[in-house]
Each structure stands twice: as C-alpha cells, then as structure tokens.
Design a protein around this ligand. Structure first.
Ligand code: SAM
Length: 386
C-alpha cells in the first residue's frame, strides 16, 4: 500500500469508528457496546496517527521487537508482500508484534508488507539509533534514579557521578575516545537525528548566503565545533549549492576526525582535531556553529566551552550559532523532553529561552536572533560577543 492510500484507508477507518460510536450512543446501547466502540476509535486513531508520524525511529513505539528484527535483517527482506515461508517461519511471532505496532502491515494470513517505517530501518543511521536506544540509553536511564538519589536529587553536574558513568563505568566522551566501535556507532546514530521533516529543521530558515556570502575563499566562513560526522555542514553546503566561497572547517575529537579523514568520499569541508575545552585555534571566523553539544553538559561546563568561542570571535563580525532545542515553558513535545532525560544521564539538559539567555550572558555573549523551525522547538540561536 502506498503511503497516501494507507493514510486514506486509516482515515476512513477512523470516520467509520466515530460514526459507529455516535450510533451506539444514540441507540442507548449497553455499556460494553460503548466500551467496544471507544476501543475501536482508539485503535483507528492510533493507526491514523502512525500514518502521520515522520518515519524517524522516534515513531517506533515497540523498540525490542524492532531491535530483534534489525539483528535478523528482516527489514531488508520484506517488500510489498512477503510470506512467512520467505521470511522463515521462525520469525512469525516477531512479525506479528511488529504488525501490531504498524511497522509492517499484514495484508493477508501469513504475509507481511513493508511500510515507510520498515523501509527507513534499512538505513544504517536509523538502525544504529534504534539499537542504541535499547542497549545503551535504556541502561543509562535505569541507573538514573540511583545517581539522582546519591546526589540529593540535585541537577547532575559531575560526570563522575552521572547515570552514564554508573551504567558503563566511564563518562560517555572518555568511552568514545577509547573504544573505536562505540565511537563509530555513536557517530552513525547521530546522523539519524537529521531524519526530521524539513519544516522541523531551522537550517531551512536561516539565510546562509546573507550570513556567509561575503567571506572570501582564503578565509574561514564556518567552523562546526564538535561537528560529528559533518552532516550539518554537508546540509548547509547543499542548501547554498557552492554559492559560498569561504572555507568550512569541522572540529571534533581525534577518533571522529580520523574516521572522517579515512573515508574514500570527498568531504565538502576541512576537518581538524580540537578539544572544545581548550583555546579555540581558529580566530576571527565568521561563524562558530555548535550543534547538540551544549545540551550534553551542565551550565558551568557550557560556560567554559562558550568562553573559548567568545575569545576567538572578531567583535562586530563573528557570530556563534547554537543549534539546539529552545524549549517552551509550557507545551514542550515528548521527543524534546525525552532528550532532556537522556541528557540528564550525562549531566546535560535541554534549555528554555530564559536559561539560554542566562547562560550566554554568563559567557560574554548576547542573543541577536533566534531562528526557529516552523514545527517543534529546534532553533538556531545567533549570538555576538558583548
Ligand atoms: C551529541 S554529538 C553532536 C554531533 C553533531 N554536532 C551533531 O549535531 O550531530 C556531540 C559531539 O561533541 C563531540 N565532543 C565531545 N567532547 C568533545 C570535546 N571535548 N571537544 C570536541 N568535541 C567533543 C563528540 O565527539 C560529538 O561529535
């Protein structure tokens, strides 16, 4: 079934369930008939909501069968209609669980069909992120209550006492520096986070050409601090399609930079090793961009990182772009606050506008503008040195 016909089918099923409910109420039917009618609305509205979810793995409500299916390679096999015999009969119970969460459909007995979700899970970043949520994030969160209790329920600020360290014996960033597999898994999983519909990504809102277009080819236009696999910069390069002459430079820890440099693929940026707790070696760049790094750390630690950027800025010219959630005081979305819990396990936090303002002020910076995504609360905070 194509995505739009699946949507139409679920929309009709919901209309039917609502109409049925109305007739049950009008007829004054028994309470069990009413409960059944309500349940049909619940099932139909859940299935319709699933059709509207972006196919990123946050849409998946049933992580453990998904992880089993990832390991068995099921997502690579199931096409428009695949029978249990083709899948090997032993997977039938896993398929049934996945169909119950609308990750596959079941067009007839003993046959299953791919959906936008199952197709998404053929991609490495989505698959890696899903596996990490079971093996890694769950373990970290299981240790959070004890970590909080041992620190009198204060906001975690010391990585040595954090839930992450309790769960794995080392802070996350030390683990990634010393374990190449963990590093590769982490960097790949981070790419998955870009899997949002365009309107949820503030990069689309920024006029990159107006911001960077005047930087000559000899100078540095854009530094991506803690840039990971470089997908933020690749996207900006794609959005501006070679209209910006200035140089783009990615900075990250040694393992990430070495693995980027070892790829055969030609990168649309330069990359160098830099520890963001040390003096910023690139002075006077037009933009210092830092995405999803500050949410990993407490305010005091973020201040250290930001002060190094501030000291490198050319007054009246350079900008810092902080690309993170700017949470509303009321009405934060589930995905955003679940991230906050994960960050709590590392001593980090998602922040609201007032918290960002205070942190920037402490770091010698002032907000010039907040570029907000059209949907959700991802934003780019543009700041200048005071
Ligand atoms: C949550 S990831 C975000 C990656 C990327 N900016 C993105 O948006 O996907 C945080 C990044 O910070 C990097 N990082 C952690 N500690 C660092 C340090 N001391 N110096 C430089 N980079 C660091 C990690 O290697 C990782 O790539």
């Amino acid at each position: 079934m194509s995505p739009s016909s699946a949507f139409d089918a679920q929309r009709q099923a919901l209309t039917k369930a609502l109409t049925h409910y109305d007739s049950v109420v009008t007829d004054g039917a028994s309470s069990s008939a009413l409960v059944t009618a309500e349940h049909q609305i619940y099932l139909a509205s859940k299935a319709l909501t699933t059709q509207l979810k972006p196919p990123g793995v946050f849409a998946l409500d049933l992580v453990f069968p998904v992880v089993i299916a990832c390991q068995l390679g099921i997502f690579d096999i199931v096409e428009d209609e695949t029978t249990i015999e083709e899948l090997a009969v032993k997977t039938v119970r896993i398929m049934r669980a996945l169909a119950s969460a609308d990750i596959f459909t079941q067009p007839r007995r003993n046959a299953y069909a791919a959906t936008k979700f199952s197709r998404k899970l053929r991609e490495r970043p989505a698959r890696t992120w899903t596996m990490a949520s079971l093996f890694f994030m769950n373990k970290m969160c299981m240790n959070l209550p004890e970590a909080l209790a041992q620190d009198a329920y204060r906001n975690p600020a010391d990585p040595a006492k954090a839930a992450m360290t309790k769960a794995f014996g080392v802070p996350l960033w030390s683990m990634l520096e010393n374990d190449e597999n963990a590093r590769l898994t982490f960097d790949t999983a981070m790419e998955q986070q870009d899997d949002l519909p365009l309107e949820m990504i503030p990069d689309q809102e920024v006029d990159w050409f107006a911001m960077l277009g005047d930087v000559p080819a000899t100078e540095i236009a854009f530094v991506d601090v803690g840039g990971g696999n470089g997908h933020a910069m690749s996207k900006i390069a794609e959005l501006t399609r070679g209209r910006i002459e200035g140089r783009f430079v990615l900075q990250d820890q040694q393992g990430t930079v070495e693995s980027l440099q070892s790829t055969a693929q030609r990168l649309p940026f330069e990359c160098t090793v830099h520890n963001f707790f040390e003096k910023q070696p690139i002075r006077g760049a037009k933009v210092y961009h830092i995405r999803r790094c500050l949410h990993d750390w407490s305010d005091n630690t973020c201040e250290q990182i930001l002060r190094h950027l501030r000291d490198a800025m050319k007054p009246g010219y350079s900008r810092v772009l902080i690309h993170e959630f700017v949470l509303p005081v009321v009405g934060a979305q589930q995905r955003e606050v679940l991230f906050d819990i994960l960050m709590m396990c590392l001593t980090g936090s998602e922040r609201d506008e007032e918290q960002w303002e205070t942190l920037l002020q402490r770091s010698g910076l002032r907000i010039v503008k907040i570029w907000r995504a059209k949907i959700g609360h991802m934003a780019i905070i543009e700041a200048e040195a005071v």
